[in-house]
Design a protein around this ligand. Structure first.
Ligand SMILES: O=C(O)c1ccccc1N[C@@H]1O[C@H](COP(=O)(O)O)[C@@H](O)[C@H]1O
Length: 219
């Protein structure tokens, strides 16, 4: 089964090219000023042009208002909006309707109790991303390299495509896919030499490791 591989937090032409050439299905761009991966609109326009037609462009935002989303949509021309904040079900529905774009809602996971919100979000989102819940006081809700207990997703019965993220790396991605049966994986910190600094060799290594799991999976 093909596995969707998303490399997130790309911010330079060089590392974007590496991800595209290595076969990333999705490339993610972060629009959240406290993040070390935050992109200006000017850079987003340039990287958006570079990625166009080569992989799905994903705009990651955190509780963004309509004006901010509008600027991002105008400049990046994303294929998917990743909502990584505390957006309510009504807000997710509203964003989808306003921008006519598919939406991936992020569910922060620590224990199985965190999945209680899933039916509501699954009724409005196009796909779900399960990410590790950030610790209290963290400066951002993701991109921290934190792993959650993948076994929480073991008995998941979700009629929607879903991906997994949170502390993934070339070394653990196969196990994450085996346990969760996710249709996609998403990585940021695990392909960086320092926060915000993507490493080309780590990107290639991650994509190779993720692709190697495809033969093992029957989803
Ligand atoms: O990358 C960020 O800085 C970020 C900021 C705000 C919300 C989410 C962010 N990153 C996303 O979090 C997951 C997991 O990242 P990691 O692999 O554990 O570093 C992924 O989707 C990142 O793009």
């Amino acid at each position: 089964m093909p596995l969707l591989v998303k490399i997130c937090g790309l911010s330079t032409r060089e590392t974007l090219d590496t991800a595209l050439e290595a076969g990333a299905d999705m490339v993610g761009f972060v629009f959240f000023p406290p993040s070390p991966r935050h992109l200006s609109l000017e850079t987003a326009r340039e990287l958006g042009r570079q990625a166009k037609g080569r992989a799905a462009k994903v705009a990651l935002t955190v509780d963004a208002d309509d004006a901010t989303l509008e600027n991002i949509v105008e400049t990046l021309r994303p294929d998917l909006l990743q909502l990584h904040g505390k957006e309510t079900i009504a807000r997710v529905r509203d964003i989808k309707a306003t921008f006519s774009l598919p939406v991936m809602k992020v569910i922060a996971v620590e224990t199985s109790a965190d999945l209680a919100v899933l039916p509501g979000y699954a009724s409005v989102a196009d796909r779900i991303l399960f990410d590790a819940r950030a610790p209290r006081g963290a400066t951002r809700p993701g991109g921290l390299g934190a792993v959650f207990d993948w076994h929480v997703l073991e008995k998941l019965d979700l009629q929607l495509p879903f991906m997994v993220s949170g502390g993934l790396s070339a070394g653990n991605v196969a196990e994450a896919v085996r346990v969760t049966c996710a249709g996609g994986v998403d990585v940021s910190s695990g392909v960086e030499s320092a926060p915000g600094i993507k490493d080309p060799e780590m990107i290639r290594h991650f994509i190779r490791a993720a692709r190697a799991t495809e033969e093992l999976m029957v989803r």
